[in-house]
Write a protein that binds this ligand. Sequence first.
Ligand code: NI
Length: 175
Amino acid sequence: MIREILRMGDARLLERAREVERFGTRELAALLADLRDTMEAADGAGLAAPQIGVPLRVVIFGVEANPRYPDAEPVPYTELVNPVLTPLGDEEEEGWEGCLSVPGLRGLVPRYRRLRYEGFDPAGRRLVREVEGFHARVVQHECDHLDGILYPQRIRDLREFGFTEVLFPDRDEEE
Ligand code: NI
């Protein structure tokens, strides 16, 4: 089911989400189905449960060829529960981000270039990956939602924050 996506200004986006305690349940499967339906309908690269008003540590992400991210390498579709991120090295890089909870805007955000993420799939199987670049960026963005952080809070220079259609007038945008 496609759910309403909360937008910036909603206090629920600022809370720390709780760990999932039981895996393989019908409730968790229904949550993942709603997240996927909602992300696909919005043509997003990722979505976190708090964005649909569910305060649990669950994110999904994945990018095939997405017109919102024309330069981005593909990221496999992933369902990640109770994630823990560990940066690999100190190297950061800046990249443009948008968010379905902050429609119509883009900002330049610093993120760790490489990291390991660990967590579980909805059945409770352990998932561990080491990633870099855009994949690492997407994971950091989505997991920030679980701690009540929206990407504008991470922008170092607010001059690098603006409306997508003004920043990238040649890009074909869906929002
Ligand atoms: Ni977001």
